[in-house]
Design a protein around this ligand. Structure first.
Ligand code: HEM
Length: 127
C-alpha cells in the first residue's frame, strides 16, 4: 500500500488558504493579537513553510531557517494554556472555512493539539 502523505492529500493550495484564514482569526482574537506582530505577512509565510514539512512535504522551512526548534522559538512569547486553546480554536475555524474535513483533518488537528500543548511555556497566571 502506498503511504499517505498528508501534504499531498491536502495540497499546497488548501494549505496556503488555511494559513491565511488562520492568521485572519489570530489577528482578530483578543488573547492572541497582542503577542503577534501587527503585520502577519512574514509569520504566515514561515507557517506555510513549516506546515509543508510538518505534513510530509519538502523541507522548505528548514532550508531557509534551520532546525525548527519550535518550542525554543516560542519561549520569548507567553504561551499560556488559554492561548494554546485560542490558537487551536482559530485553527479549527480556519479548517472549517477551507473545507478541510474527514480523517485527514482529524489527524492533522490531533497533531496540532499535541504540538500546541508542547508550546505552552507559562501558566495562565503568569501571562
Ligand atoms: C511563530 C504564537 C503554536 C508554529 C509564532 C510567533 C508567535 C506564536 C507569537 C511569532 C510570530 C512572529 O514573530 O512572526 C503561538 C501561540 C501558539 C503557537 C500563542 C499556541 C499554542 C504553534 C504551533 C505551531 C506553531 C502549534 C506549529 C504547528 C510557528 C512557526 C512560527 C511561529 C513555524 C515561526 C517561527 C519562526 O520565526 O521561524 N508563534 N504559536 N506555533 N509559530 Fe507559533
Amino acid at each position: 500500500r502506498k503511504p499517505i502523505i498528508p501534504y499531498e492529500e491536502i495540497g499546497p493550495d488548501v494549505l496556503s488558504r488555511l494559513v491565511d484564514a488562520f492568521y485572519e482569526k489570530v489577528a482578530a482574537h483578543p488573547k492572541l493579537k497582542p503577542i503577534f506582530p501587527d503585520d502577519l505577512t512574514e509569520t504566515a509565510r514561515k507557517q506555510k513553510q513549516f506546515l509543508t514539512q510538518y505534513l510530509g512535504g519538502p523541507n522548505i522551512y528548514s532550508q531557509e531557517h534551520g532546525h525548527p526548534m519550535l518550542r525554543a522559538r516560542h519561549i520569548p512569547f507567553p504561551i499560556t494554556p488559554e492561548r494554546a486553546q485560542a490558537w487551536l480554536e482559530c485553527m479549527a475555524i480556519a479548517m472549517d472555512e477551507v473545507g478541510l474535513e474527514g480523517k485527514i483533518r482529524d489527524d492533522f488537528y490531533h497533531r496540532l493539539v499535541l504540538t500546541a500543548h508542547h508550546m505552552t511555556n507559562r501558566s495562565d497566571q503568569e501571562e
